[in-house]
Ligand binder design. Sequence first.
Ligand code: NAD
Length: 257
Amino acid sequence: MQTKTALITGSTSGIGLGIAKAFAQKGYNIVFNGLEENGVQIAQEVAQEFGVQAFFSGANLLKETEIQQMVTQTYKTFGSIQVLVNNAGIQHVAPIDKFPADKWSLIIGVNLSAAFHTSKAVWQGMKTQKFGRIINISSAHGLRASAFKSAYVSSKHGVIGLTKVLGLEGAVHNITCNAICPGYVRTTLVKGQIADQAKVHQMTPEEVIEKVLLKKHAIKKFVTVEEIGNLALFLASDHAQTITGTSIPMDGGWTAQ
Ligand code: NAD
């Protein structure tokens, strides 16, 4: 049986790394991507730990040409791509009148436009092989809003729109596209937010965790990267072949409210 390949953006940190490890554990070849300087080392370590092949691409997802190069390199190295996970994402917290316009463009670029460019770049290959699984990491903020997150919330709602469209377009080609909508996960991104929110709300970091972040979760726990990795694996499996265009919350009950 041919080894499957998963290309996961933003996979040298946090949720993306958790997803990469989940797929590596199931024997997938992994294409790592991210801006972390130790990307090559991370790819080597995961490959060794799980006995799979992996390489690191430092493609900046704000640049369409670099995305195309990453996809081309993947086809040259592994021959095919079965799973694309659009995970890379950034955040900035500020009231609308103080929200820097360049931050708006950056967030829309990484969180939304990159998912369009990567999906477009893998589409023909998935169509030809009559199989594809695209998994977008949106957020509970793709379904709900919070103050001071205009760009992030807009980008994550946009990702859900893109997911629905690709679900419909992929249906005749056996390509599914779904979004996972996590609640809070304790990663670098959230650690940065705790500091930012502490400033905006004039609270201590502990107060932000209790009164702002986990306040949204009915289950007072952070979601883990392992839980998200396993949901992504399920969406890539044959058991999920009729699930498409959906947005699945994994958020401790946040969006049930
Ligand atoms: P993280 O900061 O740990 O990881 C983000 C990754 O994206 C890093 O590898 C980073 O290098 C990469 N990245 C950022 N800009 C890039 C660019 N221009 N080109 C290439 N790579 C780039 O964050 P995380 O918490 O693991 O977030 C992963 C995804 O999950 C994001 O889309 C985020 O919005 C989403 N999410 C996170 C949470 C949470 O609570 N942490 C909740 C819901 C959704």
